[in-house]
Ligand binder design. Structure first.
Ligand SMILES: [Zn+2]
Length: 251
């Protein structure tokens, strides 16, 4: 059966001399594996669309839940990412996270929109890279159902305070009065501005999401908080994140 899906290639694996397996995040079927026959041959017309981060309209043969590439029209390639090691390694981290959390059973169009937007602004270069990283991390958690409760203090419901504690494991806030003598090891202190940024990223409409102009002096802290939140919530450290960080410190 022929089926048409829009999707982005998040991983490619060579099989033998001429074939590839692709992990593709699609609009309607979530994350799928696609067998691409003959695409490593020199004259293959489908070779370009099997490159990493190529977003295409795929025409696939589907049989018993297995997909084989028939043809595809590229929509957006993002090939320019490969010219910048920092951007490329951040894109690799985004991919690794999605490959870890996405499933075929739970198609999630918002996750696809999120990575397409992040890669778009990464290529465009008009958004701070750290802000894109923080946005991707926290928003991904929100989209897969791990949205933290940032409405107010989880005990007294206080909405604003000059200082709150963000409980990264519990995904909730404590005001200074209610935090009591809880361990602060897995908490991050937030001032009103940081809390505003986190609320914005987690909760605003996707259309407005990339309009956030976070103040430069806050970006490092924001980035650390979203990264710790992901690491604790997913219980996993990503090798691509370590690589991205090693590149950054070398600059
Ligand atoms: Zn409170």
């Amino acid at each position: 059966m022929l089926t048409t899906l829009n999707g982005i290639v998040l991983r490619e694996r060579s099989v033998g001399e001429s074939d590839k397996f692709l992990d593709v995040l699609t609009d309607a079927e979530g994350l799928i594996e696609v067998f691409a026959k003959g695409v490593k041959k020199q004259n293959s017309k489908n070779a370009p669309v099997t490159q990493l981060y190529c977003y295409s309209k795929f025409c696939l043969n589907e049989s018993g839940g297995r997909y084989t590439l028939n043809s595809a029209e590229p929509i957006r390639t993002f090939f320019e990412l490969s010219q910048d090691i920092e951007k490329f390694s951040l894109a690799a981290y985004f991919s690794e996270m999605i490959l870890y959390v996405a499933t075929e059973e739970r198609p999630n169009n918002e996750v696809l929109r999120l990575i397409l937007n992040c890669l778009h602004f990464l290529c465009l270069g008009n958004r701070d890279i750290m802000l894109l990283k923080a946005t991707f991390e926290l928003r991904l958690m929100s989209e897969i159902g791990l949205v933290p409760n940032l409405i107010g203090c989880c005990q007294c419901l206080k909405y604003t305070a000059s200082r709150m504690q963000f409980d990264l494991r519990g995904g909730r806030l404590f005001c200074e009065d209610c935090v009591g003598n809880r361990s602060l090891e897995e908490m991050e202190p937030l001032d009103a501005y940081l809390l505003h940024c986190l609320r914005f990223i987690a909760l605003t409409d996707m259309k407005q999401l990339f309009g956030l102009k976070a103040r430069k002096e806050y970006l490092g802290t924001l980035c650390r908080i979203t990264e710790r939140f992901c690491t604790i919530q997913l219980g996993r450290r990503f090798p691509t994140l370590e690589f991205y960080k090693s590149i950054r410190t070398e600059r």
